[in-house]
Design a protein. Structure first.
Length: 312
Protein backbone atom coordinates (compact mmCIF):
# COMPACT_ATOMS: atom_id res chain seq x y z
CA UNK A 1 0.00 0.00 0.00
CA UNK A 2 2.80 2.44 0.87
CA UNK A 3 4.62 1.56 -2.36
CA UNK A 4 1.43 2.26 -4.34
CA UNK A 5 1.01 5.59 -2.50
CA UNK A 6 4.55 6.76 -3.28
CA UNK A 7 4.31 5.71 -6.93
CA UNK A 8 0.94 7.44 -7.45
CA UNK A 9 2.11 10.56 -5.58
CA UNK A 10 5.00 11.00 -8.01
CA UNK A 11 2.84 10.77 -11.13
CA UNK A 12 0.98 13.83 -12.41
CA UNK A 13 -2.67 13.22 -11.48
CA UNK A 14 -3.80 14.40 -14.94
CA UNK A 15 -2.41 11.15 -16.31
CA UNK A 16 -5.09 9.26 -14.38
CA UNK A 17 -8.03 10.85 -16.24
CA UNK A 18 -8.67 7.58 -18.13
CA UNK A 19 -8.79 5.49 -14.93
CA UNK A 20 -12.27 6.71 -13.96
CA UNK A 21 -14.27 5.16 -16.80
CA UNK A 22 -12.04 2.05 -16.98
CA UNK A 23 -12.30 1.50 -13.22
CA UNK A 24 -16.07 2.09 -13.30
CA UNK A 25 -16.61 -0.60 -15.93
CA UNK A 26 -14.19 -2.96 -14.17
CA UNK A 27 -16.05 -2.45 -10.89
CA UNK A 28 -19.37 -3.45 -12.45
CA UNK A 29 -17.78 -6.53 -14.04
CA UNK A 30 -16.04 -7.50 -10.77
CA UNK A 31 -19.28 -7.15 -8.82
CA UNK A 32 -21.01 -9.58 -11.18
CA UNK A 33 -18.03 -11.95 -10.87
CA UNK A 34 -18.90 -12.26 -7.18
CA UNK A 35 -21.82 -14.45 -8.27
CA UNK A 36 -19.54 -16.76 -10.29
CA UNK A 37 -17.19 -19.48 -8.97
CA UNK A 38 -14.59 -16.72 -8.53
CA UNK A 39 -16.76 -15.33 -5.73
CA UNK A 40 -15.43 -15.81 -2.21
CA UNK A 41 -17.51 -15.99 0.97
CA UNK A 42 -16.33 -15.08 4.48
CA UNK A 43 -18.35 -14.85 7.71
CA UNK A 44 -21.57 -15.51 5.82
CA UNK A 45 -21.03 -12.64 3.37
CA UNK A 46 -20.16 -13.14 -0.31
CA UNK A 47 -18.40 -9.86 -1.14
CA UNK A 48 -15.01 -10.84 -2.59
CA UNK A 49 -13.53 -12.44 -5.66
CA UNK A 50 -10.48 -14.68 -5.44
CA UNK A 51 -7.83 -14.16 -8.15
CA UNK A 52 -4.55 -16.10 -8.02
CA UNK A 53 -5.01 -16.69 -4.31
CA UNK A 54 -5.61 -13.00 -3.56
CA UNK A 55 -9.04 -11.77 -2.43
CA UNK A 56 -10.29 -8.51 -3.92
CA UNK A 57 -13.33 -6.59 -2.71
CA UNK A 58 -15.02 -5.01 -5.75
CA UNK A 59 -16.86 -2.45 -3.59
CA UNK A 60 -13.52 -0.87 -2.63
CA UNK A 61 -12.48 -0.64 -6.28
CA UNK A 62 -15.85 0.97 -7.03
CA UNK A 63 -15.24 3.79 -4.53
CA UNK A 64 -11.93 5.01 -5.96
CA UNK A 65 -13.19 4.52 -9.54
CA UNK A 66 -16.26 6.64 -8.82
CA UNK A 67 -14.12 9.42 -7.34
CA UNK A 68 -11.92 9.54 -10.45
CA UNK A 69 -14.87 9.40 -12.88
CA UNK A 70 -16.94 12.06 -11.10
CA UNK A 71 -13.90 14.37 -10.87
CA UNK A 72 -13.63 14.28 -14.68
CA UNK A 73 -17.38 14.63 -15.30
CA UNK A 74 -17.81 17.52 -12.83
CA UNK A 75 -14.77 19.28 -14.29
CA UNK A 76 -16.19 18.97 -17.82
CA UNK A 77 -19.67 20.12 -16.67
CA UNK A 78 -18.56 23.04 -14.50
CA UNK A 79 -20.30 25.62 -16.71
CA UNK A 80 -23.72 23.96 -16.30
CA UNK A 81 -23.40 22.51 -12.79
CA UNK A 82 -26.09 24.94 -11.53
CA UNK A 83 -28.77 23.22 -13.60
CA UNK A 84 -30.63 20.56 -11.65
CA UNK A 85 -30.95 18.39 -14.79
CA UNK A 86 -27.15 18.31 -15.15
CA UNK A 87 -26.73 17.61 -11.45
CA UNK A 88 -29.24 14.76 -11.61
CA UNK A 89 -27.47 13.17 -14.60
CA UNK A 90 -24.09 13.34 -12.85
CA UNK A 91 -25.52 11.95 -9.60
CA UNK A 92 -27.13 9.09 -11.53
CA UNK A 93 -23.63 7.81 -12.37
CA UNK A 94 -23.28 6.46 -8.83
CA UNK A 95 -26.62 4.61 -8.81
CA UNK A 96 -25.67 1.53 -10.89
CA UNK A 97 -22.63 0.97 -8.67
CA UNK A 98 -24.64 1.41 -5.48
CA UNK A 99 -27.40 -0.89 -6.76
CA UNK A 100 -24.92 -3.64 -7.71
CA UNK A 101 -23.13 -3.40 -4.37
CA UNK A 102 -26.43 -3.58 -2.47
CA UNK A 103 -28.15 -6.28 -4.53
CA UNK A 104 -25.18 -8.52 -5.36
CA UNK A 105 -22.96 -8.27 -2.26
CA UNK A 106 -25.71 -7.28 0.23
CA UNK A 107 -23.35 -4.56 1.49
CA UNK A 108 -25.59 -1.64 2.40
CA UNK A 109 -22.85 0.36 4.14
CA UNK A 110 -20.61 0.42 1.03
CA UNK A 111 -23.62 1.33 -1.14
CA UNK A 112 -24.32 4.27 1.19
CA UNK A 113 -20.69 5.37 1.01
CA UNK A 114 -20.79 5.33 -2.81
CA UNK A 115 -23.93 7.49 -2.82
CA UNK A 116 -22.45 9.73 -0.11
CA UNK A 117 -19.26 10.32 -2.13
CA UNK A 118 -21.29 11.45 -5.16
CA UNK A 119 -23.52 13.67 -3.02
CA UNK A 120 -20.60 15.43 -1.27
CA UNK A 121 -18.64 16.00 -4.48
CA UNK A 122 -21.66 17.52 -6.24
CA UNK A 123 -22.65 19.53 -3.16
CA UNK A 124 -19.23 21.18 -2.93
CA UNK A 125 -18.86 21.66 -6.70
CA UNK A 126 -22.21 23.41 -7.08
CA UNK A 127 -22.77 27.01 -5.91
CA UNK A 128 -26.50 26.27 -5.52
CA UNK A 129 -27.30 24.29 -2.37
CA UNK A 130 -31.11 24.31 -2.11
CA UNK A 131 -31.85 21.17 -4.12
CA UNK A 132 -29.07 19.28 -2.32
CA UNK A 133 -30.75 19.91 1.02
CA UNK A 134 -34.01 18.52 -0.38
CA UNK A 135 -32.15 15.56 -1.91
CA UNK A 136 -30.36 14.90 1.39
CA UNK A 137 -33.59 14.90 3.41
CA UNK A 138 -35.24 12.61 0.86
CA UNK A 139 -32.25 10.26 0.93
CA UNK A 140 -32.22 9.99 4.73
CA UNK A 141 -35.98 9.34 4.69
CA UNK A 142 -35.58 6.53 2.15
CA UNK A 143 -32.75 4.95 4.18
CA UNK A 144 -34.75 4.97 7.39
CA UNK A 145 -37.81 3.63 5.60
CA UNK A 146 -35.66 0.83 4.13
CA UNK A 147 -34.28 -0.03 7.57
CA UNK A 148 -37.47 0.13 9.60
CA UNK A 149 -39.88 -1.48 7.13
CA UNK A 150 -37.64 -4.41 6.26
CA UNK A 151 -37.95 -7.95 7.49
CA UNK A 152 -35.65 -10.76 8.53
CA UNK A 153 -31.97 -10.03 8.90
CA UNK A 154 -32.30 -6.23 8.45
CA UNK A 155 -35.16 -5.79 10.92
CA UNK A 156 -33.29 -7.88 13.52
CA UNK A 157 -30.32 -5.52 13.30
CA UNK A 158 -32.56 -2.51 13.82
CA UNK A 159 -34.24 -4.19 16.81
CA UNK A 160 -30.84 -5.08 18.27
CA UNK A 161 -29.72 -1.47 17.81
CA UNK A 162 -32.76 -0.13 19.68
CA UNK A 163 -32.47 -2.68 22.50
CA UNK A 164 -29.12 -4.54 22.40
CA UNK A 165 -29.61 -6.08 25.88
CA UNK A 166 -32.62 -8.05 24.65
CA UNK A 167 -30.52 -9.51 21.84
CA UNK A 168 -27.36 -10.07 23.88
CA UNK A 169 -26.99 -13.65 22.63
CA UNK A 170 -27.61 -12.75 18.98
CA UNK A 171 -27.46 -9.60 16.89
CA UNK A 172 -26.77 -7.37 19.88
CA UNK A 173 -23.79 -9.38 21.16
CA UNK A 174 -21.07 -7.59 19.16
CA UNK A 175 -22.43 -4.14 19.99
CA UNK A 176 -22.73 -4.91 23.70
CA UNK A 177 -19.20 -6.30 23.90
CA UNK A 178 -17.88 -3.21 22.11
CA UNK A 179 -19.70 -0.94 24.57
CA UNK A 180 -18.27 -2.96 27.47
CA UNK A 181 -14.79 -2.41 26.01
CA UNK A 182 -15.33 1.34 25.68
CA UNK A 183 -16.80 1.62 29.19
CA UNK A 184 -14.07 -0.43 30.86
CA UNK A 185 -11.36 1.75 29.35
CA UNK A 186 -12.37 4.75 31.42
CA UNK A 187 -10.46 8.01 30.95
CA UNK A 188 -6.93 6.74 30.35
CA UNK A 189 -7.47 3.07 29.45
CA UNK A 190 -5.97 -0.21 30.60
CA UNK A 191 -2.72 0.32 28.74
CA UNK A 192 -1.56 -0.45 25.22
CA UNK A 193 -1.94 -4.18 24.51
CA UNK A 194 -3.84 -4.82 27.75
CA UNK A 195 -7.32 -5.23 26.26
CA UNK A 196 -9.37 -8.14 27.59
CA UNK A 197 -12.30 -7.75 25.19
CA UNK A 198 -10.17 -8.40 22.10
CA UNK A 199 -9.31 -11.89 23.39
CA UNK A 200 -12.35 -13.52 21.84
CA UNK A 201 -15.13 -11.38 23.35
CA UNK A 202 -15.52 -8.70 20.66
CA UNK A 203 -16.07 -10.31 17.24
CA UNK A 204 -13.93 -8.72 14.51
CA UNK A 205 -11.93 -6.77 17.12
CA UNK A 206 -9.13 -6.22 14.61
CA UNK A 207 -11.51 -5.06 11.91
CA UNK A 208 -14.92 -3.36 12.25
CA UNK A 209 -14.70 -2.97 16.04
CA UNK A 210 -11.10 -1.79 16.38
CA UNK A 211 -12.19 1.63 17.72
CA UNK A 212 -13.68 -0.03 20.80
CA UNK A 213 -10.31 -1.66 21.53
CA UNK A 214 -8.55 1.71 21.13
CA UNK A 215 -10.93 3.11 23.75
CA UNK A 216 -10.39 0.14 26.06
CA UNK A 217 -6.59 0.27 25.89
CA UNK A 218 -6.09 4.04 25.64
CA UNK A 219 -9.32 5.26 27.23
CA UNK A 220 -11.43 8.25 26.30
CA UNK A 221 -8.18 10.15 25.74
CA UNK A 222 -7.05 7.66 23.07
CA UNK A 223 -10.45 7.62 21.37
CA UNK A 224 -10.55 11.42 21.15
CA UNK A 225 -6.93 11.49 19.94
CA UNK A 226 -7.81 9.11 17.08
CA UNK A 227 -10.80 11.28 16.11
CA UNK A 228 -8.63 14.42 16.22
CA UNK A 229 -6.10 12.79 13.87
CA UNK A 230 -8.87 12.13 11.36
CA UNK A 231 -10.14 15.72 11.75
CA UNK A 232 -6.60 17.00 11.12
CA UNK A 233 -6.42 14.88 7.96
CA UNK A 234 -9.80 16.16 6.75
CA UNK A 235 -8.72 19.76 7.41
CA UNK A 236 -5.58 19.20 5.32
CA UNK A 237 -7.76 17.75 2.54
CA UNK A 238 -9.80 20.96 2.58
CA UNK A 239 -6.66 23.11 2.40
CA UNK A 240 -5.30 21.11 -0.57
CA UNK A 241 -8.67 21.15 -2.37
CA UNK A 242 -8.98 24.93 -1.96
CA UNK A 243 -5.50 25.49 -3.40
CA UNK A 244 -5.48 22.86 -6.17
CA UNK A 245 -4.41 24.15 -9.58
CA UNK A 246 -7.68 23.12 -11.25
CA UNK A 247 -11.20 21.86 -10.51
CA UNK A 248 -10.27 18.31 -11.53
CA UNK A 249 -7.58 18.10 -8.85
CA UNK A 250 -9.85 19.74 -6.30
CA UNK A 251 -12.63 17.23 -6.98
CA UNK A 252 -10.25 14.28 -6.56
CA UNK A 253 -9.29 15.55 -3.11
CA UNK A 254 -12.92 16.27 -2.19
CA UNK A 255 -13.88 12.74 -3.24
CA UNK A 256 -11.15 11.18 -1.10
CA UNK A 257 -12.14 13.43 1.81
CA UNK A 258 -15.79 12.38 1.44
CA UNK A 259 -14.86 8.69 1.31
CA UNK A 260 -12.66 8.74 4.41
CA UNK A 261 -14.86 11.06 6.49
CA UNK A 262 -18.09 9.13 5.75
CA UNK A 263 -16.39 5.83 6.56
CA UNK A 264 -14.96 7.18 9.84
CA UNK A 265 -18.36 8.55 10.89
CA UNK A 266 -20.16 5.30 10.05
CA UNK A 267 -17.59 3.11 11.81
CA UNK A 268 -17.54 5.10 15.03
CA UNK A 269 -21.34 5.46 14.96
CA UNK A 270 -21.72 1.67 14.71
CA UNK A 271 -19.18 0.94 17.47
CA UNK A 272 -20.87 3.40 19.86
CA UNK A 273 -24.37 2.12 18.87
CA UNK A 274 -25.44 5.46 17.43
CA UNK A 275 -26.64 3.58 14.33
CA UNK A 276 -27.49 -0.07 13.53
CA UNK A 277 -24.59 -2.49 13.23
CA UNK A 278 -23.14 -2.79 9.74
CA UNK A 279 -19.76 -3.98 8.56
CA UNK A 280 -17.54 -0.99 7.84
CA UNK A 281 -13.83 -0.59 8.52
CA UNK A 282 -12.01 2.30 10.20
CA UNK A 283 -9.69 3.76 7.54
CA UNK A 284 -5.95 3.06 7.96
CA UNK A 285 -6.52 1.35 11.35
CA UNK A 286 -8.73 -1.67 10.71
CA UNK A 287 -7.12 -4.84 9.34
CA UNK A 288 -7.74 -5.15 5.63
CA UNK A 289 -6.29 -6.00 2.23
CA UNK A 290 -7.99 -4.32 -0.72
CA UNK A 291 -9.32 -1.45 1.37
CA UNK A 292 -5.90 -0.50 2.82
CA UNK A 293 -4.11 -0.61 -0.56
CA UNK A 294 -6.79 1.47 -2.29
CA UNK A 295 -7.04 3.97 0.59
CA UNK A 296 -3.29 4.52 0.34
CA UNK A 297 -3.64 4.86 -3.45
CA UNK A 298 -6.21 7.60 -2.78
CA UNK A 299 -3.72 9.29 -0.44
CA UNK A 300 -1.18 9.12 -3.27
CA UNK A 301 -3.63 10.98 -5.53
CA UNK A 302 -4.10 13.67 -2.87
CA UNK A 303 -0.33 14.02 -2.49
CA UNK A 304 0.01 14.28 -6.28
CA UNK A 305 -2.48 17.18 -6.29
CA UNK A 306 -0.71 18.76 -3.30
CA UNK A 307 2.74 18.58 -4.93
CA UNK A 308 1.51 20.65 -7.88
CA UNK A 309 0.08 23.52 -5.85
CA UNK A 310 1.82 26.73 -6.89
CA UNK A 311 2.76 28.81 -3.86
CA UNK A 312 2.70 32.57 -4.42
Amino acid sequence: GLIVMFVVANINYHRFIWTGIVGYVMSIVMLFLVMTPLGYEANGARRWIMVAGVSIQPAEVAKISLIMLLAVVINNSRQNIRKISVTARIFAICLPLAACILLITKNMSSALIVVGIAFVMLFIASPKYSHYIILGIAGVTVIFAYLFTGSGFRSERVAAWLDPESYSSGKGYQTLQALYAIGSGGLTGKGLGQSVQKLGYVPEAQNDMVFSIICEELGLFGGIAAILLFLLMIWRFMVIANNAEDLYGSMIVIGVMAHISIQVILNIAVVTNVMPNTGITLPFISYGGTSVVLLLAEMGLVLSVSKRIKLE
